[in-house]
Design a protein around this ligand. Structure first.
Ligand SMILES: Cc1cc2nc3c(=O)[nH]c(=O)nc-3n(C[C@H](O)[C@H](O)[C@H](O)COP(=O)(O)OP(=O)(O)OC[C@H]3O[C@@H](n4cnc5c(N)ncnc54)[C@H](O)[C@@H]3O)c2cc1C
Length: 388
């Protein structure tokens, strides 16, 4: 196999397939490779806010997502005897979120990439880059195992959309910078047999938060966020179920439901940035920048970065334009994600929750930070005053 492409994208999920769709639509010859075969799951609690839904619609993926009947979700938070709920400011007419398992979402994106004209190779494990990524020897292809056979693919440029543990970054020696140590871990399981609900709910029980996200095809994601302690040295399911059952509303709701065999725990959630471009190579999505998932930004970020990067790659301006774009699109949310990732404290939570329950406009602005129609800087001072 020695075809030549304009662009090879390593990684075929949110960032990779979205980039391939955008490039192929502009007439580029694009190959996308992934060691996974789809449908396949990956670490995620799968929530998509209206900005992500609008991006998926532009990729032609939203109609197929909706065939899987994920319920439209408004947001509700609970702490002790205080509760509030809010809808987002609509984007393209949608004021709700969806929870779509990556098993469903990523397979749809891969299909859309093929339909747009990209060549997608599943079960392709990239092991080597052709070219050192220097001015005298730019990256010009990949080498690896495709269905167990050693192959090389050549292109004018290679994009690493291969996730936080990016092979492309490792092969180039591009390390993590500005690392934000993760103050909390996250664990979740899939459930079935819960009646349909149209709310994503957060139950704060300092230092833990439990979450319920009704998802596609009748599945539900029930997650917990909290201190790192408790996940090592004893069965994960025991720690997880203890946290979930500590919330009376969840315990009642899950009584007759069935839990998946596996409880998934994610403890390595440090935020970071990596240098995004160099001769013949670019990193996009989690490969180049990762935020703690408490801010629920990763998929939307990957889609937005792919959409911004495609015209830069076509014009050859990515080396001067992509870094500044990424910085301005993500810096404030990176700082916000560090706050969102902290384990909640009781007094601070109580004051915040009372303020949000008292002022519906503030609650809407709060959820709009997650869908990016409000900037954290527009909200945090008002929150501090309201909670004082
Ligand atoms: C616990 C947790 C919960 C989260 N919850 C949410 C949420 O609710 N909402 C949200 O928006 N985001 C969430 N995120 C973040 C989100 O999952 C990521 O930001 C998103 O998946 C990034 O997409 P990506 O395409 O950049 O990378 P990935 O989804 O990581 O995809 C990378 C792909 O590259 C492939 N790959 C890697 N190495 C190679 C190789 N050598 N050869 C070939 N292929 C390779 C992998 O197989 C993979 O398919 C969560 C993250 C975590 C950890």
């Amino acid at each position: 196999m020695s075809e030549a492409y304009d662009t090879i994208v390593v990684g075929a999920r949110a960032a990779g397939s979205a980039l391939a769709i955008n490039l192929a639509r502009s007439g580029q010859r694009v190959a996308v490779v992934d060691r996974a075969s789809f449908p396949s799951d990956t670490l995620s609690t799968h929530v998509l806010y209206p900005n992500a839904l609008a991006a998926l619609d532009r990729l032609g993926a939203l109609d197929e997502i909706l065939w899987h009947e994920p319920p439209p979700l408004h947001t509700s938070w609970h702490h002790e005897n205080v509760s509030w709920r809010a809808a987002h400011t609509p984007i393209a007419g949608r004021d709700w979120a969806l929870c779509v398992r990556r098993f469903t979402l990523d397979a749809i994106l891969v299909r859309r990439a093929r339909a747009a004209g990209a060549t997608v190779h599943e079960r392709f494990f990239v092991e080597r880059l052709l070219g050192a990524g220097t001015d005298t020897d730019p990256v010009h292809g990949i080498a690896g195992r495709f269905d167990g056979v050693q192959v090389e693919l050549r292109a004018r440029q290679v994009v690493g959309a291969d996730g936080a543990r990016s092979t492309v970054a490792r092969l180039l020696g591009v390390g993590r910078e500005e690392v934000a140590a993760s103050p909390t871990a996250m664990a979740y399981a899939y459930w079935r047999g819960i009646p349909r609900r149209e709310l994503q709910e957060f139950y704060v029980q300092p230092p833990w938060t439990a979450m319920h996200f009704p998802a596609d095809d009748g599945y539900h994601v029930v997650a917990v966020l909290g201190p790192h302690e408790g996940w090592d040295g004893r069965p994960r399911a025991q720690t997880y179920l203890a946290r979930v059952h500590a919330v009376p509303q969840l315990r009642r709701r899950l009584e007759r439901a069935r839990m998946s065999k596996k409880v998934i725990a994610a403890t390595a959630l440090d935020g970071f940035w990596r240098r995004p471009t160099g001769p013949g190579w670019t990193l996009v999505g989690d490969a180049g920048h990762f935020k703690h998932p408490a801010a629920v930004q990763g998929i939307a970020d990957a889609l937005a970065a792919a959409e911004a990067l495609a015209p830069m790659l076509l014009a050859g301006t990515q080396r001067r334009a992509f870094g500044p774009w990424r910085e301005s699109a993500n810096r404030e949310l990176y700082d916000f994600s560090r706050r969102a990732a902290r384990a909640p404290e009781r007094d601070e939570t109580a004051a915040l929750m009372r303020a949000l329950a008292r002022e519906p406009a503030l609650a809407r602005d709060f959820v709009d930070v997650y869908s990016r129609t409000r900037r954290p800087s527009e909200l945090l001072d008002r929150l501090a005053v309201a909670a004082a």
